[in-house]
Ligand binder design. Structure first.
Ligand code: AMP
Length: 294
């Protein structure tokens, strides 16, 4: 495995491979890798010849009072996990490498970035779409892998590549969970034992919403009410949102009549946790790519 910190080095390895007809897969991450990230690597390995993982805690996607400084950065452990997973190239640049000058150019997707997490994180997705565009330009992947865990991010990036004719196929892979149902996340490290138990209320709430839809309850207000009760009963928390949105446009819906994403963001202790599930109008789970292992 090659681990490099500069754009030049990545290009020197990847571009000849591409020219030789190899399929290149990119897995963008912020590090502190866990099974969720590794599932993306496995998906990439299943259909690509060269797998590149980027590890970069991207400052421009964090708001002023967010956790950029304290975000975990266990780089040696991450490199070892990548090595064990059979990654070919890890690109782990310093901030200066990615942003060597004042950034005057950004990529912004409208509408879809104003709902859900966009309401409380108004500059977040512009930071994401900009850095991912840069990574696409550095690596030139044929396929790029994102987790459904960050559903809005993945759908926004898919829309960006469609709108801008970026020659990459976006794969949205299933959320990997703990046995308790808690979605794996680098930010779970911020939770103590009690909070970790409390945090299982998020996936329980989503499951409850799905069974309500299956039993014919399609009114969003009723679904949200039931989810709110489960989450509030579990312990002290601050609910940022619980929402049911159209899977294509991410607009809020008042009834489940088409495929939707049921999404929530809840602050428990020091951690802002997000989770979601995608279902059709009958409540059948929608898997975008690969196999759901839950
Ligand atoms: P992050 O390092 O948190 O920016 O995540 C990098 C990529 O891994 C994103 O595409 C995430 O959606 C994905 N990811 C994070 N957690 C999970 C999970 N539990 N299951 C699947 N994918 C995940």
């Amino acid at each position: 495995m090659l681990a490099v910190k500069t754009i030049d080095e990545v290009r020197r390895v990847v571009h000849p491979a591409k020219q030789g007809g190899k399929r290149v897969g990119l897995v963008p991450t912020m590090g502190a890798l866990h099974e969720g990230h590794l599932s993306l690597v496995h998906a990439a390995k299943s259909e690509c010849d060269v797998v590149v993982v980027s590890i970069f805690v991207n400052p421009i996607q964090f708001g002023p009072n967010e956790d950029f400084e304290k975000y975990p950065r266990p780089i040696e452990k991450d490199l070892e996990l990548c090595r064990q997973a059979g990654v070919d190239v890890v690109f782990y640049p310093e901030v200066q490498e990615m942003y060597p000058r004042e950034l005057l150019t950004t990529v912004r997707v409208s509408k879809m970035t104003q709902t859900l997490c966009g309401k409380s994180r108004p500059t977040h997705f512009e930071g994401v779409t900009t850095v991912v565009t840069k990574l696409f330009n550095v690596v030139g992947p044929d396929f790029a892998y994102f987790g459904q865990k960050d559903a809005q991010q993945a759908l926004v990036l898919r829309r960006m590549t469609a709108d801008l004719d970026v020659p990459v196929t976006i794969r949205i892979c299933p959320t990997i969970r703990e046995e308790s149902g808690l979605a794996k996340s680098s930010r779970n490290q911020y939770l103590n034992d009690d909070q970790r138990v409390q945090a299982t209320s998020l996936s329980r709430a989503l499951k409850e919403a799905v069974s309500l839809i299956k039993s014919g309850k399609k009114e969003t207000s009723e679904l949200i009410g039931a989810m709110e009760t489960i989450i509030k009963t579990a312990g002290p928390c601050r609910i940022d949102y619980i929402s049911v949105n159209d899977l294509e446009t991410l607009e809020e819906v008042s009834r489940v009549q088409k495929p939707v994403v049921i999404a929530l963001a809840v602050n428990i202790g020091p951690a802002r946790l997000i989770d979601n599930i995608m279902v059709d109008a009958e409540g059948n789970e929608i898997i975008m790519f690969g196999r759901n292992v839950v």
